[in-house]
Design a protein around this ligand. Structure first.
Ligand code: ADP
Ligand code: MG
Length: 313
């Protein structure tokens, strides 16, 4: 079998009494964009810091490229790029000099480094800003610089820890496109976020994290397929009688009907024409209704079903 790029087994990390990572296991194959999705405080950053041997942990094993990771494994660290949640660049250096500095920690050859720095600057869309100092950059550009510094040496494994938090839409798109490009060029990616749409868009596989545990994993489609819910139809309605609600419950694929204010929330467990069946039923029974809308399940529904709480977006 192919050696996983990352293999975490039963990782446990406590901060004093606080259990931050709870018997967490994860295996990542080459070429994946693995999304680590979890709310704030679920243990994503702690897991990443353990993975990098920046933080001591209480239990578990961590292998990278099939070898045991440890603080002195500079050979393994060479092949890892890290883009931390908190921007870490040198204020006294320009954009160009920053990327060159961080790349220079790994790449000695000057000509090769020049080429790599140029590529990183282009990929992150910083070409116009090479002469700027970090203090002159907007939040989004600063995040892009942070990324350019972390990836310029073309590592095989790249870890992004919430790279799009508080970033403007233009920079966000530049960042996500850049990550896709790095992956196409062969890098394996770990991407942590609490934004479900982003993770769903970007990642080839998703691990949902809650209270330090790996609570579910799979592709977005697989995770949603595990839900009973396939479609939720909301109908605005002033007066809905119990009789009407019972009638709707009898419609094929409807498994739950709830009244919520002046709305009926109708959950369906399959079927492709639920909306038509429900509308037909309402019209046949001459029910007066307002707006109607249909939504498909999201990763929030998956999170809700597993943990009983919302994954706020
Ligand atoms: P995430 O990155 O998913 O937001 P973290 O890994 O930062 O989560 O935090 C996981 C848990 O550990 C949280 O409850 C957090 O408050 C706690 N924690 C994180 N860092 C420390 C620390 N240095 N000391 C004590 N508790 C910490
Ligand atoms: Mg974090």
């Amino acid at each position: 079998m192919e050696t996983p790029v990352v293999k975490i087994d039963n990782l446990v990390k406590r901060y004093n009494d606080k259990l931050a990572v709870d018997h967490f296991s994860l295996s990542i194959r080459e070429g994946e964009i693995l999304g680590l999705l979890g709310p704030n405080g679920s243990g994503k950053t702690t897991t990443i810091n353990c993975l990098l041997s920046i933080l001591k942990y209480d239990k578990g094993t961590i292998e990278i490229f099939g070898q045991k990771m440890a603080p002195d494994r500079t050979d393994l660290k060479q092949e890892i790029g890290v883009v931390m949640q908190n921007v870490a660049v040198v204020d006294a250096l320009t954009v160009y000099e920053n990327v060159d500095f961080f790349c220079g920690l790994y790449i000695r050859d000057k000509a090769r480094r020049k080429d790599l720095v140029r590529q990183a600057i282009e990929m992150t869309g910083l070409t116009e800003y090479v002469k700027y100092r970090p203090s002159k950059l907007s939040g989004g550009l600063l995040r892009r610089l942070n990324i350019a510094c972390g990836i310029a040496h073309k590592p095989k494994l790249i870890i992004f820890d919430e790279p799009t938090v508080a970033v403007d839409p233009q920079s966000r798109n530049a960042i996500l496109d850049g990550i896709r490009k790095l992956n196409e060029e062969g890098a394996t990616i770990i991407y942590t976020s609490h934004y479900m749409e982003e993770v769903e868009d970007l990642c080839s596989r998703i691990v949902i994290m809650d209270k330090g545990r790996n609570v579910a994993s799979g592709t977005a489609a697989e995770l949603k397929a595990s839900l009973r819910n396939r479609e939720t139809i909301t109908v605005e309605m002033r007066d809905s009688t119990e009789q009407l609600i019972d009638g709707i419950r009898q419609i094929n694929h409807v498994y739950d009907v709830k009244k919520s204010g002046e709305k009926l929330i109708i959950r369906c467990d399959g079927g492709s024409r639920n909306l038509i069946h429900i509308l037909n039923y309402l019209m046949e029974n001459k029910v007066d209704f307002g707006r109607v809308n249909s939504t498909l399940p999201t990763l929030n529904d998956v999170f809700l079903e597993i943990t009983g709480k919302e994954l706020k977006d």
